[in-house]
Write a protein that binds this ligand. Sequence first.
Ligand SMILES: Nc1ncnc2c1ncn2[C@@H]1O[C@H](COP(=O)(O)OP(=O)(O)O)[C@@H](O)[C@H]1O
Ligand SMILES: [Mg+2]
Length: 296
Amino acid sequence: MSGASEALLKVEDLSVEFRTGRGPLRVVESTSFELAPGGTLGIVGESGSGKSMTSLAIMGLLPKGGRAEGSIRFGGVDLLSLRESRMRAVRGGRIAMIFQDPLSSLNPYYTVGTQIAEAYLAHHPTAGRREARKVAIEAMERVRIRDAAARVDQYPHQFSGGMRQRIMIAMALSMQPELIIADEPTTALDVTVQAQILSLLDEIRRESGAGLILITHDLAVVAEVAEEVLVMRQGRTVEQGATREVFRSPSHEYTFRLLDAVPRIDDEVGELKRIGFAERPGPLANAGVGIGEERA
Ligand SMILES: Nc1ncnc2c1ncn2[C@@H]1O[C@H](COP(=O)(O)OP(=O)(O)O)[C@@H](O)[C@H]1O
Ligand SMILES: [Mg+2]
């Protein structure tokens, strides 16, 4: 291992290209970032900017026709050159992904307990069924599903959207991953539930020591959860660095506009104020960002 490989994840010069009828289409262009063990990175940008393709490239799950170039080193190993069989062991074992829509990630025909247990057994092949069930119940308790011992035998449709996302987090947890990638994990949920899921995710991350890549278009969330931020636009990195710095003095018009789109919910205003973002006049005021507006 070289001295430079202390990062949990080191992405260098990552590009993603699709073959199309009209020739190659680059949807991610020369993206580089790294994540320390236990670190948090927020990836933000409008829809279609390449956030999901970046994370799917890390997981080796690009859609058909997509190809990744560059280097993605995870724990010192280049994931892009890994055989599929070895990549499968990394995926879900050492890296867990939480998607936007928990319903499409859960199998409707199996109880949630069976699915969490399966995820655990896949990476703990010597464990027995009884142990896996116990792990499933404990994981459900950790994500605060009440009456977990009974609900473990229920099916996905018997849970609300927010509860299903908790189950996805429980499933990720049961694998004891070193890295969790959450791709817009709350977009499909009610606003009131979103904050609960995000703080749960943040708490779980702290407890487990896993690194977290949180993809979202919600900059207030990034302000709260992520130490580092990467701002993407049309496949390119527009800015990156410590969240505090980037939000305090964004250097690109695009980032100003993203910040301007943050809904003005009291909590979020409070949070942006806390990081020193909202109090600052100057470039933000000039850009017409109104997040710092006082509320009675
Ligand atoms: N299978 C595909 N073939 C061609 N282009 C695709 C495919 N999937 C996604 N794209 C394009 O890749 C770009 C980035 O998509 P994505 O990473 O999903 O954006 P984001 O997650 O930031 O909303 C988009 O312009 C999208 O249209
Ligand atoms: Mg996406």
